[in-house]
Design a protein around this ligand. Structure first.
Ligand code: BES
Ligand code: ZN
Length: 624
């Protein structure tokens, strides 16, 4: 069956015709039909088998049925469904039910439809995940820091929860959950949920049997699980870090300001409702900088620079506790509501904790990335509310929703002033908490609750242009930083001559200044210039992943051979998509580079997460 036929067959099965009223909220990336039957609570019971590389067990859905004749339609991907049961009450008794698993769509996976007898309010699905589940990565011991025990972690955003749990996998549906997770005896399981244990005492042995509860309703993309040889360090009574034993102390040093960040965030955005805030530092194959799983941000170890210079990612994930986790995008086309707000909030936290100058620098770097990114996208993909029909929502995660979204809010802040804007922002979070909203709902709240009070100021914000037009409005802010002026002068000097005699002028530069320096040199440099720079500053050996990344990208562009062994090392160990994708992209621009890319990828691919691997697979196939 082709993908289209499968969809048509499914529509026939579920009696789906598009209802105009639902149109706007309809999530293109889910087969589920929550306006008919909706999950309000999930009970997971899973056993992690590292030998089989599977999660096996069941999920029980407690339902709200609006249409008493409609089936329950769940999203799945690569799941083996053994049995489906239904019950009148969640406690049971359960009886076997009929279900159909449709043919798989390459992007969306396969719809699981369960016929619901009258009065049934609970559905239990018994299933096993595939070893290649897109939302799970099973790591060999050799891919961990400790090299002794294997590791498992999930990454559900955007539509990967369905590869490890049959769910209504749309951010428009929120449910509470409980979970029981069985693991090998010596490993620790963590979830994006509350739990009773905290193994600060390393002598307390893990049990291999863990219980979690999430009493606040969250969308499926925030359900997360990790299993590994993990240790915990408190940073304050309500914050802490988890990591492998050999990493946990450097993680605790790097993220020591987390409690201060929390206090800044609460002051700015309102009370933190989730209970604790912990960060789990994963092995280096983790495909993102961070992932805002509630109570337990997942993070890449490439943040551990040793000098707190890359903690903006922690501020970012923490900010998602409000923008995203409290107020959630209804569909992936509304992604900018999650990420634009979060990027804005991240910089506000940075300003409180590390000062206005640091925040300005990060904002200016973000703005430069935005201008770059806008150049490489068609006009229809430059808008905030983007059309993702027929596309994987992970493809919508460009700089545009992040930086254009943040710039939009910055513009409103500038026009209305901080005090007024901050009040509105807190009201926005309070008003929409535990809801999933669309761009249209945001728009009307902004109009009615801010713009309507001051027509003169409102007139200065071209709202429709911000929301629906490509590029940036004329009146958009143009973030810059005074701290970059000296950097730009120095970059000019370097391009003109070997300026190593002026090295003293850079001794107080922070990471953001170095990044700006490298970006300013990128176009004008050549291999000889690269060698001079490397001699002066040792970029090839930089321990800072962001600086390293910029440098390696330049090294490819200018064929700076001495950095190539480091490039290979970096790409074989680090799976963070933000770094991996542009580095391969740069290599694929020339025939020599392609050869190098293929050789490196052959070594790197086995260690990559399915999400990173599929990104690079596509690039390698396309540009041939
Ligand atoms: N929620 C995102 C990560 C994400 C986005 C996962 C889309 C899957 C699909 C997370 O909050 C994020 O934005 N991470 C960024 C860091 C941030 C500071 C820009 C990242 O991973 O680079
Ligand atoms: Zn984010």
């Amino acid at each position: 069956m082709t993908r289209r036929e499968a969809t048509v067959a499914l529509l026939a099965l579920t009696g789906c015709e598009s209802k105009p009223k639902m149109q706007e909220r309809r999530d293109l990336h889910s087969f589920s039909r929550p306006h008919e039957v909706r999950t309000k609570h999930l009970d997971l019971d899973l056993e992690a088998s590292f030998d089989a590389r599977t999660l096996k067990g069941s999920v029980t859905h407690t339902l709200v049925r609006t249409d008493p004749t409609a089936p329950l339609v769940l999203d799945t991907r690569d799941l083996t469904v053994q049995k489906v049961e239904t019950a009148l009450k969640p406690e049971g008794p359960y009886t076997q039910a009929n279900f159909t698993l449709a043919a798989a769509d390459p992007i969306l996976g396969a719809a699981l439809a369960v016929t619901l007898p009258a009065d049934v309010t609970a559905v239990r699905v018994h299933y096993t995940t595939s070893p290649k589940a897109s939302g799970l990565q099973w790591l060999d011991a050799s891919q961990t820091a400790g090299k002794k025990r294997p590791f498992l972690y999930s990454q559900s955003q955007a539509i990967h929860a369905r590869s490890w749990i049959p769910v209504q996998d749309t951010p428009g549906v929120r449910a509470t959950y409980r979970a029981r997770i069985r693991t090998p005896k010596d490993l620790i399981a963590l979830m994006s949920a509350r739990s009773d244990f905290r193994l600060a005492d390393p002598k307390e042995p893990p049990s291999g049997d863990y219980s979690f509860r999430m009493p606040l309703a969250i969308p499926s993309y925030l359900i997360a699980l990790a299993v590994g040889d993990l240790e915990f360090r408190y940073l304050s009574s309500r914050t802490g870090v988890w990591a492998e034993p050999s990493v946990v102390d450097s993680a605790a040093r790097e993220f020591v300001d987390m409690e201060r960040m929390m206090q800044a965030a609460e002051k700015l955005f309102g009370p933190y409702v989730w209970q604790r805030y912990d960060v789990l530092v994963l092995p280096p194959s983790f495909p993102y900088g961070g992932m805002e799983n509630p109570l337990m941000t997942f993070a890449t170890p490439t943040l551990l620079a040793g000098d707190k210079s890359l903690v903006a990612v922690v501020a970012h994930e923490m900010a998602h506790s409000w923008s995203g986790n409290l107020v959630t995008n209804a569909t992936w086309s509304d992604f900018w509501l999650n990420e634009g707000f979060t990027t804005y909030c991240e910089r506000r936290i940075q300003e409180e904790v590390y000062g206005a100058e640091r925040a300005k620098m990060e904002e200016a770097l973000g703005y430069q990335s935005l201008l770059e990114e806008l150049k490489s996208h068609a006009p229809i993909d430059q808008v905030l509310h983007i059309d993702l029909k027929g596309r994987d929502p992970d493809d919508g995660a460009t700089e545009i929703p992040y930086e254009k979204g943040a710039l939009f809010l910055t513009h409103i802040e500038h026009v209305f002033g901080r005090e007024t804007f901050d009040k509105w922002l807190r009201a926005y979070f309070a008003n929409f908490q535990f809801q999933s909203i669309t761009t249209a709902e945001f728009r009307s709240y902004l109009r009615n609750d801010l713009l309507a009070y001051d027509a003169a100021r409102a007139a200065k914000i071209p709202l429709e242009e911000w929301l629906t037009k490509p590029g940036l409005p004329e009146s958009a802010p143009k973030p810059s930083s005074d701290a970059f002026t000296a950097v730009e002068a120095m970059a000019k000097e370097w391009l003109a001559r070997d300026a190593s005699d002026a090295k003293a002028k850079t001794k107080d530069w922070n990471t953001q200044q170095w990044l700006h320096f490298l970006r300013a040199l990128t176009d004008g440099a050549d291999a000889a210039k690269m060698a001079q720079l490397d001699r002066a500053f040792g970029f090839t050996k930089s321990g800072n992943a962001e600086i390293e990344f910029q440098w390696l990208r330049m090294s490819i562009r200018h064929a700076y051979a001495p950095a190539m062994p480091r490039l290979e090392e970096f790409l074989v160990s680090v799976g963070r998509r933000k770094f991996v994708r542009p580095l391969f992209e740069e290599m694929l621009k020339t025939p020599d580079g392609r050869q190098r890319a293929e050789a490196i990828y052959a070594k790197a691919r086995p260690g990559y997460h399915p999400i990173t691997a599929s990104t690079v697979d596509e690039m390698m196939a396309k540009k041939r």
